[in-house]
Ligand binder design. Structure first.
Ligand code: PRP
Ligand code: GUN
Length: 183
């Protein structure tokens, strides 16, 4: 592999492709058991959740539906701007539906606390959250995901959907970036 490959910018791998695959499989089993006998609508939060949605949903054996929302609380860098806006709303009427929000990371909790409030006002039967990663030390808003892959330290991570300036989403592993990337 030459140095233009994105893997070379990772200084520390937190989770490998295989670990992510296994953990999502466990989460899928738990979610499938919990929603057995119910129609499930999985709502992915663009753009970062694309990989999690693809792999989590395919690990689930039963029927489910997918829809997508795009919201923004970040600029192009690494800090939350504190304001959430809807860039793309759901195409589905969720009243009476069991909704599972699928995201790849809860950091300050701003995005998902806002989203849970927003979706709850549409009278769904239930709203829960599945997130691959959570940073407990960074949490500023009350968010209680029912399904969490891993808790991680308060560090900026990339890969598997997570970007830095729109790059690194295509990394198969999740890790932290080498300092030279930021300078
Ligand atoms: O808990 P918070 O501090 O609100 O951060 C979490 C949010 O940040 C990420 O999205 P991001 O805004 O980076 O957009 P993207 O999915 O398009 O990369 C992630 O998908 C969450 O939605
Ligand atoms: N790429 C990336 N996006 C985030 N959004 C909120 N936290 C993070 C993070 O640690 N990494």
């Amino acid at each position: 592999m030459d140095s233009s490959h994105v893997e070379h910018d990772l200084v520390n791998v937190l989770f490998t492709e295989a670990q992510i695959h296994d953990r999502l499989g466990e989460m899928a089993q738990q979610i499938s058991a919990d929603y057995e006998g119910h129609d499930l609508l999985m709502v992915g939060v663009l753009r970062g959740a694309v990989m999690v949605m693809a792999d989590l949903s395919r690990a689930m054996p039963g029927h489910l539906e997918m829809d997508w929302m795009a919201v923004t609380s970040y600029g192009s860098g690494t800090k939350s701007s504190g304001v959430v806006r809807i860039l793309k709303d759901l195409d589905t009427d969720i009243s009476g539906r069991h909704v599972l929000i699928v995201d790849e990371i809860i950091d300050t909790g701003l995005t998902l606390s806002w989203l849970v409030n927003n979706l709850s006002s549409r009278r769904p039967a239930s709203v829960e959250i599945a997130t691959l990663l959570r940073k407990p030390e960074a949490l500023q808003m009350p968010v209680e995901p029912k399904y969490v892959g891993w808790d991680i330290p308060n560090e900026f991570v990339v890969g598997y959907g997570l970007d830095y300036k729109e790059r690194y989403r295509n990394l198969r592993d999740i890790g932290t970036l080498a300092p030279h990337v930021y300078s």
